[in-house]
Design a protein around this ligand. Structure first.
Ligand SMILES: *[C@@H]1O[C@H](CO)[C@@H](O)[C@H](O)[C@H]1NC(C)=O
Ligand SMILES: *[C@@H]1O[C@H](CO)[C@@H](O)[C@H](O)[C@H]1NC(C)=O
Ligand SMILES: *[C@@H]1O[C@H](CO)[C@@H](O)[C@H](O)[C@H]1NC(C)=O
Ligand SMILES: *[C@@H]1O[C@H](CO)[C@@H](O)[C@H](O)[C@H]1NC(C)=O
Length: 501
């Protein structure tokens, strides 16, 4: 099924893990893309633009980027999805043109809040990759209102859906991901952080014109994995756009990122540290990597002794799910004839198969108002058509600092059994900010059980782990994830034992 290879060609040394042989577990895909990118960045530093993300060309802040939206909201209303149970909220899906001359349009799915939608905040969710779909993961496998049964035809409710606490917008970005496309197909080869951020910004101002009731609503951006880049970069453009216009074009209040790529050097070091401290690699392998690998942005090549250690590590972790080191694997590549009994509390490792089958059905696409131009490729959870990535700063820490300095609420969370962008990486990366601690480390609770640990930096940045959760936090710990997002949105500290028992 689907997506197996690495899209970023031109590197001969697989320094880091490539999960391309890990085909039975579809869930490897989101970070296959990430691993390819990190490897590419390490091997081909010279051709890679890793410059920090400075101010963008101002043309995207031009009024001309706002296209007429009259009547489009009504057309986007989804009457009923095939196989859908009855619901108590409205859902929308459709395209927003972000570049008329190129013919570039991004697809969104929007689940309004189940109650008090007129006062609940607006929350955008972005998955990473780069090249992976927020509908594949965020909407259909993490915190969307539905999950897909194993027959690939019918849906069941997720009681921990984030639209219980917000109006949630899922965006497939950049063009080439999922149903999002460009009629100028050379755009796919020109993908990168900058273009993604600019298209996401133009998407937002147009979407808010289509849904004007959300224009002044409190707005938050969330995401995971490589969206550790997308989320702060989009926040940066929003701050810049508001500044240039000298008014609030987008009412951004905060950002939240999970198991997020934020600082290449510490992310890489922390990954191997996690492998070693979780009994996945030997002392010798750990020694070789620590002694001989140089993950700093200044390094140009890696020694053969470093590669020896890294290859050893790859072999050691190849047969487990590195995004949740204790999770079962999927040993099937298809849907089942009869739907299996399912529960959101027990994540099915074959979920990618079901979502793939469901979203490629013509009746589903019709109901979603997706694929209206009859694209020449299928819907994939991670893009097959984006075949290059041109820019990716080696750190986004300056943007976290900028967000904080502009009064945005900044939260960084970490599922603590992910080994790909593990908690060790995130903590070392955040330590680079050199902030002092305002509220020190404490366990936070959901119904008398520790949901994870948290502390708050002066500034403010809140860090929180989610206990027992892999890379896709709401897939593995839906209730803890809902508590996390609920406290984030309300601006309250995560509950300590005293307030819940
Ligand atoms: C892309 O091309 C198709 C076919 O000509 C057209 O219907 C569609 O509107 C174009 N998309 C955009 C975003 O302009
Ligand atoms: C920005 O807006 C404020 C209040 O609307 C106004 O007082 C100020 O002069 C404006 N600044 C610029 C540079 O236009
Ligand atoms: C997948 O399963 C469906 C339903 O059982 C069947 O119709 C289809 O042929 C199978 N596809 C593959 C590739 O095995
Ligand atoms: C779009 O529709 C065409 C024709 O039905 C189909 O072949 C293709 O797989 C679909 N692509 C996507 C991205 O949904």
């Amino acid at each position: 099924m689907i997506q197996k290879g690495l899209i970023f060609v031109n590197f001969h040394l697989i320094l880091l893990l490539s999960l391309s042989c890990f085909v039975v577990d579809g869930h490897g895909k989101q970070t296959d893309k990430l691993q390819s990118l990190l490897t590419e960045k390490l091997q081909n530093r010279a051709r890679f633009n890793t410059e920090p993300f400075y101010d963008q060309e101002t043309e995207i802040f031009n009024e001309a980027q706002v296209y007429p939206q009259e009547g489009l909201k009504e057309e986007d209303k989804i009457e009923m999805l095939p196989g859908q149970p009855s619901i108590n909220f409205d859902q929308y899906g459709g395209y927003v043109t972000v570049d008329k001359s190129a013919g570039r349009a991004l697809y969104y799915y929007f689940a309004e809040a189940v109650n008090k939608k007129d006062t609940k905040p607006l929350l955008l969710w972005l998955n990473g990759g780069p090249g992976c779909s927020s509908i594949a993961y965020g909407a259909m496998e993490e915190h969307g209102p539905f999950r897909v049964y194993s027959d690939g035809k019918s849906l069941y409710r997720n009681p921990y859906a984030w639209n219980r606490v917000a109006n949630v917008l899922y965006l497939e970005s950049p063009a080439g991901v999922g149903f999002s496309y460009s009629n100028t197909t050379s755009d796919y080869a020109n993908s990168g952080d900058r273009r993604t951020a600019m298209d996401n910004y133009v998407f937002l101002v147009n979407w808010l014109t289509r849904f004007p009731e959300f224009k002044t609503r409190e707005f938050y951006i969330s995401g995971e994995s490589y969206a550790g880049h997308y989320v702060p970069q989009l926040a940066h453009l929003i701050l810049q756009g508001n500044r240039i216009a000298n008014r609030t074009i987008i009412n951004l209040k905060g950002i939240i990122i999970g198991n997020a790529v934020i600082n290449d050097e510490t992310d890489q070091i922390g990954m191997y540290e996690y492998f070693w401290t979780h009994a996945l690699i030997s002392d010798e392998t750990n020694y070789f990597i620590k002694k001989y690998c140089d993950f700093s942005p200044a390094a140009t090549t890696e020694s053969s002794l470093c590669l020896k250690g890294a290859n050893e590590a790859n072999t050691d972790i190849n047969s487990i799910n590195i995004y949740n080191i204790y999770a079962p694997l999927c040993f099937s590549n298809n849907v089942t004839v009869q739907p299996k009994k399912a529960s959101v509390m027990n994540f099915d490792p074959c979920s990618d198969n079901y979502v793939y089958a469901y979203l490629n059905r013509p009746d589903v696409q019709k109901a979603l108002h997706a694929n209206v131009t009859k694209l020449d490729h299928d819907w994939e959870p991670c893009s097959d058509v984006i075949n290059a990535w041109n820019d990716s700063p080696s750190t986004i820490l300056p943007l976290l600092r900028e967000a904080m300095n502009n009064g945005l609420r900044v939260w960084v969370f970490s599922g603590d059994i992910d080994a790909r962008v593990p908690v060790t990486s995130t903590r070392s990366s955040l330590n680079k900010l050199e902030l002092s601690v305002k509220k020190s480390w404490y366990p936070w609770f959901v119904k008398n059980e520790v949901g994870g640990y948290t502390f708050v930096y002066k500034g403010d940045i809140t860090f929180a782990t989610v206990r027992g959760s892999g890379h896709e936090v709401p897939s593995y710990q839906p209730e803890r994830a809902l508590t996390l997002i609920q406290y984030f949105l309300s601006g309250k500290r995560l509950p300590d034992g005293s307030s819940t028992s």
